[in-house]
Design a protein. Structure first.
Length: 113
């Protein structure tokens, strides 16, 4: 059974940076599209970024140019580098194995103004 463990969330001032990591157990990582979603209080969960097994990426319009998704297949880990953070980026961020609809437990990101 695949498990996802996210880390790297925290409190940061507006304009700052954070890097989220998501380590996956199991053997499906290399063949899977991986994703990051987020859910802010009172809002629906939304897609932030995806990365395919071939390293193609896709981003939400609101984070384009500020966030970068990447993966390290040797470490079974996907990353989300978040720069120029804004208060509206505050949310719980979830890692997913998009191909198999597997979700992590989430990590809180809070951006203060």
């Amino acid at each position: 059974q695949v498990q996802l463990v996210e880390s790297g969330g925290g409190l940061v001032q507006a304009g700052g940076s954070l890097r989220l990591s998501c380590a996956a157990s199991g053997n499906i990582f290399r063949i899977s599209t991986m994703g990051w979603y987020r859910q802010a209080p009172g809002k629906q969960r939304e897609l932030v970024a995806l990365i395919t097994s071939g390293d193609s990426t896709n981003y939400a319009y609101s984070v384009k140019g500020r966030f970068t998704i990447s993966r390290d297949n040797a470490k079974n880990t996907v990353y989300l580098q978040m720069n120029s953070l804004k208060p509206e980026d505050t949310a719980v961020y979830y890692c997913t194995v998009e191909t198999f609809n597997i979700w992590g437990q989430g990590t809180q990101v809070t951006v203060s103004s």
